[in-house]
Ligand binder design. Structure first.
Ligand SMILES: N[C@@H](CCC(=O)N[C@@H](CS)C(=O)NCC(=O)O)C(=O)O
Length: 204
């Protein structure tokens, strides 16, 4: 494989997904850090050379740049056991990864960012007005995960897949966004299973 470089902010769960995927697969990853709090991914140079969308993570493969965390995880894991070979399971895995980006990350990750990194006292009126809705949608996402994991070890089939990695990243730090993980017992048991995987690395 060509040289792999992760353009990241170490606090981001989206970036952590890629680090965790690489670690579980034993792939070497160089890392370049940016501080998103001071706009380091919005500079003309970053927009021109790394990601015109102004965001991390971006996985650099040789001289090519791949934004979007779940696409980057797929690139790393293609051909490995982290992507099921069964056609249905593969599509089901993608279902959870799309769901993560549409229902889970915009609520659970956003509340973590707003409350833990920005601080409630510094939120603007628009953000404050969105807090109750995001809280309710985030709790509904955790409840759906908990129900799905009742009687299952992993999100898809009988083995860990990218669906677990994508969902683990922000779920395991969701208490920083004010969510009560202890209300979701099956999710807690699953978090422990992910953390016990050989090669696991913590978010840091
Ligand atoms: N859908 C993207 C989301 C990327 C994203 O929102 N990145 C955030 C950090 S987690 C970011 O770069 N924010 C800085 C900014 O928007 O200026 C993915 O999965 O990679």
């Amino acid at each position: 494989m060509e040289k792999l470089t992760l353009h990241e902010d170490v606090r981001s769960g989206n970036c952590y997904k890629i680090r965790l995927t690489a670690a579980l697969l034993g792939l070497p990853l160089e890392r370049r850090n940016y501080d998103i709090m001071v706009g380091e991914t919005r500079t003309p140079q970053f927009l021109a050379e790394v990601n015109a969308n102004g965001r991390i993570p971006v996985l650099q493969v040789g001289s090519r740049f791949l934004p979007e965390s779940n696409a980057a995880c797929w690139y790393l894991a293609e051909g490995s056991a982290l992507i099921p070979s069964d056609r249905w399971d593969q599509a089901d895995m993608l279902r959870w990864m799309f769901w993560e980006q549409y229902n889970h990350e915009p609520t659970i990750a956003t509340l973590r960012f707003w409350l833990y990194f920005i601080g409630e006292a510094n939120l603007n009126e628009v953000q404050l007005a969105q807090l109750p809705g995001k809280r309710a949608t985030g709790e509904a996402a955790l409840a759906l995960m908990d129900e799905h994991l009742d009687g299952r070890e992993w999100f898809v089939g009988s083995a860990v897949s990218l669906a677990d990695i994508a969902l683990y990243a922000y779920t395991h730090v969701s208490e920083a966004g004010g969510f009560r993980l202890r209300d979701f017992g099956h999710v807690c048991a699953w978090l422990k299973r992910v953390a016990a995987l050989p090669g696991y690395v913590a978010m840091g």
